[in-house]
Design a protein around this ligand. Structure first.
Ligand SMILES: [Zn+2]
Length: 110
């Protein structure tokens, strides 16, 4: 579905991946949403923990890309520490929106 942007008057595809990713209003093209930052974006990230059979995907929602990146960095560090659950990732505000455990018998704690 094509729409005309109120900012630049370009037509854009409302269903494009780019538009879906950046959000914004239905009458704003993704380029303008990014450029003008009209969208107060919520960033959804999938984070995997464990490996092999124990892999578990958590879907987390962050307030912005920076928080998501910060979390992601912290996560990468801490997954190298034998899954010791400590570290700075807990300083990052996020909401868990989903979890997809690869192994329902895993001994993960809620
Ligand atoms: Zn535009």
């Amino acid at each position: 579905m094509n729409k005309t942007c109120i900012h630049c008057e370009d037509s854009f595809n409302l269903d494009s991946q780019h538009k879906r990713r950046v959000g914004g209003k239905i009458n704003e093209c993704p380029d303008c949403v990014e450029e003008l930052q009209t969208e107060i974006s919520e960033t959804i990230r999938a984070v995997s923990s464990g490996d092999g059979k124990m892999a578990c995907i958590q879907i987390l929602k962050f307030n912005n890309e920076d928080d998501a990146d910060l979390y992601r960095k912290g996560w990468d560090q801490w997954s190298g520490w034998n899954n010791q659950r400590s570290g700075s990732v807990h300083d990052v505000a996020f909401t868990k929106v989903g979890e997809n455990s690869g192994n329902s018998n895993s001994k993960g704690k809620a």
